[in-house]
Design a protein around this ligand. Structure first.
Ligand SMILES: Nc1ncnc2c1ncn2[C@@H]1O[C@H](COP(=O)(O)OP(=O)(O)OP(=O)(O)O)[C@@H](O)[C@H]1O
Length: 613
């Protein structure tokens, strides 16, 4: 058991992600004033030990220190609470509440898709968490099923959003040194992929993808490579699967709008999802069904979305044209759809703090050994989200000096290519690709389970929190009646009863919109090369038919023998028919007599010819 700081002991690893390893750990002594939650000796907690690359990066350590109050004050019933932050030598760690339950990615893989009602209610709770964090100016930026833990809450499962702030911690000018892409291609919003300004709308996009995946078992955009997936986020329209009721599809479609300003606010999303859940069941009243059909009216966008600092956002809600020098993001994966110079142009004027989705390289100067003092919001109540503090507009990292990306490497790979390669590598971890297809939940058909096996499964989800319940929720019913009602609602959309035809978005050729703009006469200092075409598979050589497909032992030898016998028979027949053998046999001559006759005839013939001359 390894100590972390003086207060915690790591016991066993619970899981490993792209940014670190999560451990089950035990509290040795109360953390006291230096943590948001003091804890008790012997208490079990979860500790995320950040990767060495992060811990060794001085920028990340500074960010860690600066952002502690943001992380520690973020409390909500659907957010995994961060209790303490530890910096110790080359170790950075977040101490969290231990959640007893699987993450949503694993749950989905093991149990197949949810019913529309269950998916809507679960996503509504995630939207509640987002609404609270957005109100506090915090954008998650890596929303995906793996970051939703399902807490066992007295037999019911309660979704808890985790990894808040990890993307923020990974932000670092040092990121431009390794260009490793962080974020999961399947869930990345178009504006993030393009390096455009990001707001809380990126989380709404992530929630839309997650909701789609909950009801279908796979995210809407898939591809053989990360680049292919990202292109789809930018240009492909999601298609409505047959199992998704129309009101739910309205919500999903609005969350997946390419233009962030057209996506609903988290608060409206939560409300709309509850209206949909109430209205799509078999026992929905006419008014509830009517309300669900009119859900589009509830999906108003956020007039003042929380801004992701350092992504070039101008005034809140305004989205400057992509590709402008001011909003270049050095970590973007794809070139902007418009605008001449790429983000790596040395004159692009990028903001180093805009490194939104990249891990830093190792830096020699590790942070100091210390246990952090408590943040300002350390004593916030467990269900309370504190009002926005100084964080909202001011980005503490702006004080950091910009890092020169360095001169263009003429012969090395372009950072953009390196990013893509890293993104592909990372997909191993995020299980978007390079998985055994039989094990990849995103590729296989959803598991269809007969209803009796898990009749109560969707009921396990905790009902929405009382304060968040909209006025138009179902009228109170006796518990039993309510349960039956829920069962009916959920069974109406149980996957086995529906003709499920998973739809893969069509593969698209590289979009012309990402083509390199014509080169100006003056060379760009660092014009990005044309996108590397996705590696094409070599056409398979035609399959060789096996001579012995049944693999019968000795068949090859037998075939040779048979062939020889046929040749011998044919040869014998030819000799018999076309030689005087028959006559010899008729005359009773043996072979040697016949042969001697031949020789004699030949000698006579030669003699007659020579005498005639
Ligand atoms: N607070 C927690 N309590 C219990 N288990 C946790 C907790 N946080 C994470 N885990 C477990 O640890 C695993 C790894 O978590 P982590 O957040 O590092 O993974 P990830 O989300 O796939 O990574 P990343 O977001 O960095 O790509 C999770 O799948 C989850 O099962």
């Amino acid at each position: 058991m390894r100590p972390v700081g003086s207060k915690y002991l790591l016991e066993e690893p619970l899981g490993r992600g792209a940014t670190g390893t999560v451990w089950r750990a035990r509290q040795r002594e109360a953390a006291g004033a230096e943590a948001a939650v003091a804890g008790q000796p012997g208490e079990t907690v979860a500790i995320k030990v950040l990767k060495e690359e992060l811990a060794n990066d001085a920028d990340v350590v500074m960010r860690f220190l600066r952002e502690r109050s943001v992380l520690l004050r973020l409390t909500h019933p659907n957010i995994v609470r961060t209790r303490d932050l530890v910096v110790e030598g080359d170790l950075l760690a977040l101490v969290m509440d231990l959640i007893d339950g699987p993450d949503l990615h694993r749950y989905l893989r093991e149990n197949g898709p949810f019913t529309p009602v269950a998916a809507a209610l679960l996503t509504a709770q995630i939207a509640d968490a987002l609404a609270a964090s957005h109100a506090d100016g915090v954008v998650h930026r890596d929303l995906k099923p793996a970051n939703v833990l399902l807490k066992d809450d007295g037999g019911r499962m309660h979704p808890m959003l985790t990894d808040f702030g990890i993307a923020r911690l990974a932000d670092s000018p040092g990121l431009t040194r390794t260009h490793e892409f962080v974020g999961t291609p399947a869930y990345v919003a178009p504006e993030s992929a393009e390096g455009r300004p990001q707001t809380s709308a990126v989380d709404i996009y992530g929630a839309g993808i997650l909701l789609y995946e909950l009801v279908t078992g796979r995210p809407p955009f898939a591809g053989a490579t990360a680049l292919e997936v990202l292109h789809q986020h930018l240009s492909a329209e999601p298609r409505r699967p047959t199992t998704v009721p129309e009101p739910l599809w309205t919500v999903i479609e609005r969350c997946l709008r390419k233009r962030p300003e057209e996506r609903p606010s988290a608060e409206n999303l939560a409300r709309a999802l509850r209206v949909v859940a109430a209205g799509v069941g078999v026992h929905a009243s006419a008014a509830q069904a009517e309300a669900a059909l009119g859900v589009a009216a509830l999906l108003a966008p956020d007039p003042q979305p929380a801004v992701v600092p350092g992504t070039g956002q101008g005034a809140a809600g305004q989205f400057p044209p992509a590709g402008g020098a001011g909003d270049a993001d050095p970590t973007q994966v794809l070139p902007p759809t418009t605008g001449a110079p790429g983000p790596y142009g040395r004159n692009a004027g990028y903001d180093p703090d805009a490194a939104t989705s990249v891990l830093p390289s190792a830096a020699p100067d590790a942070g100091p050994t210390q246990v952090l003092p408590a943040g300002a919001g350390a004593d916030a109540g467990p269900t309370q989200v504190l009002p926005a503090g100084s964080y909202g507009g001011a980005d503490p990292t702006r004080a950091m000096p910009p890092v020169d990306p360095g001169p263009p490497q003429a012969d090395g790979p372009h950072p953009w290519q390196t990013q893509l390669r890293a993104a592909r590598d990372r997909n191993d971890q995020t299980q978007v690709q390079y998985l055994d297809p039989s094990e990849d939940p995103l590729r296989r058909r959803p598991t269809r389970r007969p209803a009796p096996q898990q009749p109560q499964q969707p009921q396990q989800y905790a009902p929405p929190q009382a304060p968040a319940q909209p006025p138009y929720r179902q009228s109170p019913q006796p518990p039993q009646q309510h349960q039956q009602h829920q069962q009916h609602q959920q069974q109406q959309y149980r996957q086995p009863q529906q003709p499920y035809a998973p739809q893969r978005p069509p593969r698209r050729a590289p979009e012309p919109r990402y083509q390199q703009p014509p080169q100006a006469p003056q060379p760009q200092p660092y014009a990005p090369p044309a996108p590397e075409p996705a590696p094409r598979r070599e056409p398979r050589p035609p399959r060789q038919r096996s001579a012995n497909p049944m693999r019968i032992p000795g068949l090859g030898c037998l075939k040779g023998c048979l062939f020889l016998i046929v040749i011998l028979v044919l040869g014998s027949w030819a000799v018999w028919e076309f030689t005087p053998l028959k006559d010899w046999v008729a005359d009773g001559k043996n072979f040697w007599d016949a042969a001697w006759d031949w020789v004699t005839d030949a000698k006579d013939w030669i003699a007659s010819h020579s005498s005639g001359r």
